[in-house]
Design a binder for this molecule. Structure first.
Ligand SMILES: Cc1cc2nc3c(=O)[nH]c(=O)nc-3n(C[C@H](O)[C@H](O)[C@H](O)COP(=O)(O)OP(=O)(O)OC[C@H]3O[C@@H](n4cnc5c(N)ncnc54)[C@H](O)[C@@H]3O)c2cc1C
Ligand code: SF4
Length: 490
């Protein structure tokens, strides 16, 4: 512990965001580009108590919700090194558990902070900011190098999918000396890091910087290669000693209501993909992004993906924006059935809502709203019929019940469905004949990561269902260890 009284002496201070008024005019990261002064971060590190119950790195499920870091990052240790100015040791500690701290320190919801002991009586330690400081200092000091193995085993592994699970798995297996090829159907690697999470939240240069390091370390990437279409699974089975399916949970949940076939209704993932691709290909000049310009936009879904859609539509110059959610609003502080160290399920105003308030003077979110119909004009969506609902216990099941007299028709020339994902695509089951779970994911346990077919493994959202970047990295690492064991025994 750097400073025994640090948590009492200093208040939590977070990395600043650029003012909403400024950042709305560009696609750059919402966070300020420069890290705060080293002294300020040392002060923040001094708030870590190195307590005897460090739930921050536990990464366990409590009461059905995640508590602590799934990667088991050693925060008390790297905080101590930061406090003492030993940044290179801090990086060595972080690098032991996390292949890509530059991703998690930008997009992770930080379950570690929800489980921080300081958070019991005060604000938690700003672990995520410290993680960002450690990795960016390491890049600046040229400590982050390609992981070239000292010898090659001669074994070949194909990884399908280049999201965080596939990249972490590739990094670990390459370090172990195996020849690794990552097959990706998109034109750029990164999975949802590249084409899901918007540039404002995770600058794509960070993804490219890491992919370059992986390539220099010896990992090969085969882009525009869709397994089951341009690449056959038979070829993969013949040419590789093991295959890891990291294909994500890519089927979006639909809303099959009257009028669903109208133009102008898109899945959030297609909308966000088209925007990032247009930004990277042409700085938005090719006109290929699905556009919100001049339109009344309704985002259906109150989660983080919905927030990303709100922020994107605002930058495109929408006429109005609403984000509607069928669930009730979360409480402003922890409730008795969501105690520390569980992940706090509390109301937050994220970057997208902050920006909507800046432009339109009010929070775009409305809760307990159900959509009844998409109404069209000349084949394109023009309005939505919605109503307010209340959640009632009907036959022991919480059920949304319409409140009479609340039906309303609202303008909507662009509707974005951000309702989550419902599992792995059929092609993967057809090609590899792996067992499917009831939730439509690939069956593989969380020890061996082996599917029902010998030599084929699965990790990330494809195995655990729609989740988080931090889980995907953790799964990619563990699956790599399992594949390494399998290949060694073989
Ligand atoms: C819009 C959005 C925002 C998000 N924001 C956050 C956030 O802020 N923080 C957070 O922690 N999590 C966030 N998530 C969730 C997070 O991105 C995912 O949990 C994570 O990326 C899963 O990683 P993965 O490697 O398992 O799969 P993915 O990232 O989905 O990657 C799977 C890859 O497999 C490829 N693929 C699929 N089938 C084939 C095939 N047949 N052949 C070749 N390639 C194939 C896909 O093209 C894709 O590139 C977000 C998700 C979305 C949709
Ligand atoms: S990866 Fe996420 S949970 Fe783990 S230390 Fe970083 S911010 Fe916290």
């Amino acid at each position: 512990m750097g400073k025994p009284t640090g948590f009492m002496d200093y208040n939590r201070k977070e990395l600043a965001m650029r003012p909403a008024k400024e950042r709305l005019h560009d696609w750059d990261e919402v966070k300020t580009s420069s890290l705060p002064h080293k002294k300020d971060l040392q002060t923040q590190a001094a708030r870590c108590m190195d307590c005897s119950i460090p739930f921050c790195h536990s990464g366990i499920m409590l009461n059905g919700s995640l508590s602590g870091c799934p990667l088991h990052n050693l925060m008390p240790e790297f905080n101590d090194f930061v406090y003492h100015g030993l940044d290179h040791f801090a990086y060595a500690r972080l690098n032991k558990t996390n292949n890509f701290p530059e991703f998690t320190s930008h997009v992770c919801p930080a379950p570690c902070e929800g489980a921080c002991s300081a958070g019991l009586v005060n604000d938690p330690v700003s672990i995520k900011n410290l993680e960002q400081y450690v990795i960016e200092q390491a890049f600046a000091s040229k400590l982050v190098k390609p992981n070239k193995p000292s010898h090659r085993t001669g074994k070949k592994v194909a990884i399908i999918g280049s999201g965080p699970a596939g990249l972490a798995c590739a990094d670990e297996l390459n370090k172990a000396g195996h020849y690794v090829t990552v097959y990706e159907r998109a034109d750029r690697p990164g999975g949802l890091l590249m084409y899901g999470i918007p540039n404002m939240k995770l600058d794509k240069k960070l993804v490219e910087r890491r992919v370059e390091l992986l390539k220099k370390g010896g990992v090969e990437f085969s882009l525009n290669s869709e397994v089951g279409h341009s690449v056959s699974s038979d070829m993969l089975r013949k040419q590789y000693d093991a295959i890891v399916l990291c294909t994500g949970s890519t089927i979006p949940r639909d809303l099959p209501l009257p009028g669903r076939d109208l133009d102008g209704i898109h899945f959030a993932k297609d909308y966000l993909h088209s925007t990032t691709k247009s930004l990277l290909d042409s700085k938005m000049k090719d006109g290929k992004a699905i556009s919100a310009k001049g339109k009344d936009v309704v985002v259906i879904g109150g989660g983080d993906t919905g927030t990303d859609c709100v922020a994107t539509a605002l930058r495109q110059g929408c006429k109005s924006i609403r984000q509607i959610e069928i669930m009730p609003c979360l409480p402003h502080s922890r409730t008795p059935n969501n105690p520390w160290p569980e992940f706090p399920k509390v109301f937050k105003t994220d970057y997208g809502q902050e920006e909507a308030i800046e432009v339109f003077g009010k929070d775009p979110r409305q809760y307990c709203i159900s959509t009844k119909e998409f109404i069209g004009k000349d084949g394109t969506v023009d309005k939505l019929r919605i109503c307010q609902i209340e959640w009632k216990n009907v036959n022991c099941m919480m059920t949304p019940v319409e409140i009479p007299g609340t039906e309303e028709i609202i303008p909507a020339q662009l509707v974005l469905l951000a309702l989550g994902f419902i599992g792995t695509e059929q092609t993967i089951f057809d090609e590899f004949k792996v067992q499917r779970s009831q939730q439509n994911n690939i069956v593989a346990d969380d020890q061996e990561y082996a599917t029902s077919i010998e030599g084929i493994f699965a990790a990330g959202d494809a195995r655990r269902g729609q989740s988080l970047v931090v889980w995907a990295i953790a799964e990619g690492r563990k699956a790599a260890a399992a594949v390494n064991k399998y290949l060694s025994e073989k």
